[in-house]
Every structure is written in C-alpha cells, then in structure tokens.
Design a protein around this ligand. Structure first.
Ligand SMILES: [Zn+2]
Length: 105
C-alpha cells in the first residue's frame, strides 16, 4: 500500500492540507465529481479500507476493480462527515466557513 495515495495530508509550504490522491495514477483529485471510492465487498468483514480512484484517467474502470463495491467520492465525503457528527446544514456551513478562514491567512 502506497502511503502517499488515497486520503492523505500534504505539506505545502506552511500548511498541511487534507488531500485525496488517486491510488492508481497518483493524480491529486481537485474535483470531487471526478473520483470514486471503491472497496472489496467481503462478507463478514466489518471494516475495510477504501480505495480512491479517479475517473479522469479511467483508473476506476480498470478490470482489477470490476468486482469492487463503489460510491462516488462526493457521496463518500458527505457520509463520512455525517458519520463524524456533522448532521445539519448549520454544521456544514460552520465547518465550511471555518475552512475558508484558513484560505485568508
Ligand atoms: Zn487515476
């Protein structure tokens, strides 16, 4: 497993940025609509690591992932936030406003 791909933290200058990197081609995903999260659906396994693959370079269409379960990256991120307790529009708006503050520093 390549530790520099998937859901990672990238150090860029003074900041540390949560980033999604395609686990096949290594491209940084900058448009959530152009990526999928895939996983091997194994009966009886309660926890599994997801694999992030881009659509842009066709990585999500590779034969080796054909039997994987999948969801679009946008759906994954929304469900991740909800499962971490971000449940209301207010929660999302407050988190987005706080994140945007970081861009102004
Ligand atoms: Zn890719």
């Amino acid at each position: 497993m390549d530790e520099t791909r998937g859901f990672v933290l990238r150090q860029t200058g003074e900041s540390t940025d949560p980033t999604v990197v395609c686990e096949s081609c290594g491209e940084v995903i900058r448009d959530y609509r152009l990526a999928w999260v895939m996983w091997r659906d194994v009966l009886g396994e309660a926890v599994t690591k997801p694999t992030v693959l881009c659509k842009k370079n066709g990585c999500n269409s590779q034969l080796r992932y054909i039997e994987f379960a999948s969801m679009e990256l946008g759906d994954y991120l929304i469900n991740l936030c909800r499962n971490a307790g971000m449940k209301s529009d207010e929660d999302f708006r407050a988190a987005l406003e706080f994140a945007n503050l970081g861009d102004q520093i």
